[in-house]
Design a protein around this ligand. Structure first.
Ligand code: NI
Length: 236
């Protein structure tokens, strides 16, 4: 590599070229440096720092390499939920955790708002299903996740699972996350309780097509209206 790639032009993001350029870079096998600019845009918080770290670890993130089937537990029914059940319609996958103080609620509100805009903009013809997958299986069992997702959208599906199941799905979707901030919330430092922690994680919303395949993703820089417009353009 002879130098850093040109950062994407924010002025073009609503047309989706931001994502396209990311996908192209990824397909071309550009490594950490290419992804750096994507995460650089949202570096202002702990989540983004984690995402950046994750990006540096990502060697080749080709479109074909992102995603894959998964089986988790639907928090509302406590029954197994297969990604097969999402087929037939478009869906948005977001990975986060219920104790997240700000970023996850903001992103989930944005997703919910975008989905309502898509409902309206398509006169109900396009129904995108929002899906939340917890990165915190230790604390986020069905009893936590079920009411949490309903706060955001009546159609939002909340999924949890064992630590191993969550690890598996996050690997296939290239989600970076790590426990952080142990003790920060109480100021107890290393002496904090085991369940007092935050999770640094990448902030990416993935769009899946009717066959459950990865189509594109939305970063934190998207507004609800921009996300809705892009969904209306793609989801026919
Ligand atoms: Ni979060």
């Amino acid at each position: 590599m002879t130098g850093p790639p040109t950062p994407p032009n924010p002025a073009t993001k609503s047309t989706g070229s931001y994502n396209v350029s990311y996908a192209s870079l990824a397909l071309a096998g550009v490594t950490g440096a290419g992804l750096y600019y994507f995460f650089e845009k949202t570096k202002s918080d702990r989540h983004a720092r984690a995402a950046l770290k994750g990006a540096q670890h990502a060697k080749v993130v080709g479109q074909a390499d992102i995603g894959g089937p998964f089986t988790l537990t639907d928090a509302s029914t406590k029954k197994l939920f297969s990604s097969e059940q999402l087929k037939g319609g478009y869906s948005l996958l977001y990975f986060g955790f219920c104790h997240c103080p700000d970023i996850c609620p903001d992103e989930l509100e944005k997703i919910a708002s975008a989905i309502d805009m898509v409902d309206k903009g398509s006169n109900g013809a396009t129904k995108v299903t929002p899906v939340f997958i917890t990165l915190d299986p230790e604390r986020d069992g069905p009893a936590q996740v079920a009411p949490y997702v309903k706060e955001f959208h009546p159609r939002m599906i909340g999924l949890t699972g064992s630590k191993e199941e969550i690890t598996k799905v996050t690997k296939s979707w290239r989600v970076y996350y790590t426990k952080a901030g142990v003790g920060e919330m109480t100021g107890n430092g290393g002496g904090a309780a085991d369940d007092d922690y935050l999770i640094d994680h990448s902030i990416i919303t993935y769009l899946l097509d009717k066959d459950g395949n990865f189509v594109t993703f939305f970063g934190k820089n998207y507004t609800d209206a921009e996300m809705a417009q892009r969904l209306l353009d793609i989801c026919k």
